[in-house]
Design a protein around this ligand. Structure first.
Ligand SMILES: Cc1ncc(COP(=O)(O)O)c(C=O)c1O
Length: 419
């Protein structure tokens, strides 16, 4: 492990910051502040993806019938090393939504089974649970209500209280599965996932870790975490091409987990069932190997340390410009995405009610930037993503843009009230 003092920092970015812009596809004048939603990838990864694509087209039969399998196997081995687990506990899927559907819709829920989820879970995962509850007899949701900021200890306590309150119902039902975000989406908070897995498994509950944002943003050691199920998007923070995600299923559960699309390999075992998902372009998945190569030249410690520190320092800089605060005062609850309160005085601003895209359009059209704005606990927030191609000066520029947007919105209310 590199000594922390030798790693690039926002004050001393070394190979990161604007020096990285040449490695990405952004046009001159555009700065990307929302890596968290859809990710983006370096040019070298795009070139490599095109090469995988061309390799398939040079001889489709050779690729689809033979070379694809050995290439995917090698990739799973490399990912097993990266995530510290066995390659045969991993499957490659298109995205977290597909991974979550795979797990939640494979489990043989019985009447009386309950699924524990947080009120801040991701919408498509929540809706998958809702679908399962709608289609099965007496399978229901148990929700942990979460409002941020909350300390790790209080979050754990809330989960324990929810599980205990359910136990006290004594109605014959049991919490069978819990879904835990490693890093939630909006607001974006890094959760104490190891402690949550330990506690929930200790209560006899299966745990599915939604780690959509984890690989590439925090160190992931699946042997240490020992979840029952885990999914992560490589196309967010690892830098692979969109449409590439990694699913982990502990060996003891593999017999009951099947892909969302059943193929001719049904009942041939976990490896075979997940290796082939029908005729499709596999080059995005293969680009994960090239993303790993891109990262290796800098090292995970260097990337993770720089982006985390930039999120913390950049978030503080924006909050200072806006005269507000970041959502969590604890740096350890921030990975690369930071939530900053927006000084929009009217929570139910009439312009935003009338046109929910007003802020987004203004940011696209007037300022050529974007970060999501959202409501949480009676206030407006934005989520800003730090990445190796950004510097502190970018955050300062974004802070000034957000100030102008908020001033504009506050003035609109005043103007309207005078009319
Ligand atoms: C926590 C979480 N889960 C699931 C997803 C869904 O990811 P995808 O759209 O790649 O399927 C996201 C997307 O941002 C997310 O933040």
């Amino acid at each position: 492990m590199t000594h922390t003092k030798d790693l690039p920092t926002p004050a001393n970015p070394g190979p990161f910051g604007h020096a990285q812009r040449k490695n990405f596809l952004f046009p001159e004048g555009y700065t990307q502040f929302n890596h968290g939603s859809f990710g983006t990838f370096p040019k070298s990864v795009q070139d490599a993806m095109i090469e995988w694509h061309q390799r398939a087209e040079r001889n489709p039969d050779l690729w689809m019938r033979r070379d694809l399998y050995s290439s995917l196997k090698q990739l799973r081995t490399d990912l097993g090393d990266f995530l510290n687990c066995s390659a045969d506990e991993l499957a490659l899927v298109t995205n977290t939504t597909q991974g979550a559907n795979t797990i939640i819709r494979s489990l043989d829920f019985q009447p009386g089974d309950r699924i524990l989820q947080f009120s801040t879970g991701y919408v498509s995962v929540d809706k998958t649970v809702e679908y399962v509850c709608d289609t099965l007899d007496d399978v229901k949701i148990v929700q942990v209500p979460v409002t941020y900021p909350i300390s790790d200890e209080d979050l754990l306590k809330k989960v324990e209280e929810t599980v205990e309150a359910h136990r006290q119902l004594k109605d014959g039902s049991r919490i069978r599965l819990a879904i835990v975000d490693w890093i939630s989406s909006v607001p974006s908070i890094l959760h104490p996932v190891h402690k949550l897995v330990d506690y929930l498994q200790g209560e006899g509950i299966l745990v599915f870790v939604d780690g959509a944002h984890s690989i590439g943003q925090v160190p992931v050691d699946l042997t240490a975490l020992h979840p029952d199920f885990y999914i992560t998007n490589a196309h967010k923070w690892l830098f692979s091409v969109r449409g590439s995600a990694v699913l982990y299923v502990a060996k003891r559960h593999q017999a009951k987990i099947h892909p969302t699309s059943i193929t001719g390999d049904y009942k041939k075992g976990f490896d075979a069932e997940f290796a082939w998902s029908g005729t499709q372009d596999y080059s995005s998945l293969m680009s994960i190997s090239d993303a790993l190569k891109f990262r290796k030249q800098y090292g995970e410690d260097a990337i993770i340390n720089y982006t985390h520190r930039l999120a913390v320092e950049g978030g503080a800089a924006i909050a200072k410009i806006l005269g507000t605060n970041t959502l969590t005062p604890d740096d350890h609850q921030v990975a690369n995405m930071v939530n900053i309160r927006l000084p929009i005085h009217d929570f139910d601003h009439p312009t935003l009610k009338e046109n929910p895209n007003y802020i987004m359009d203004l940011m696209f059209d007037k300022f050529n930037v974007f970060t999501p704005a959202f409501k949480h606990d009676g206030k407006w927030w934005t989520r800003v993503s730090a990445q190796i191609y950004l510097e502190l000066s970018d955050f300062v520029r974004l802070g000034n843009i957000w100030k102008e947007v908020c001033d504009d919105l506050n003035a609109l209310v005043l103007t309207n009230s005078r009319q």
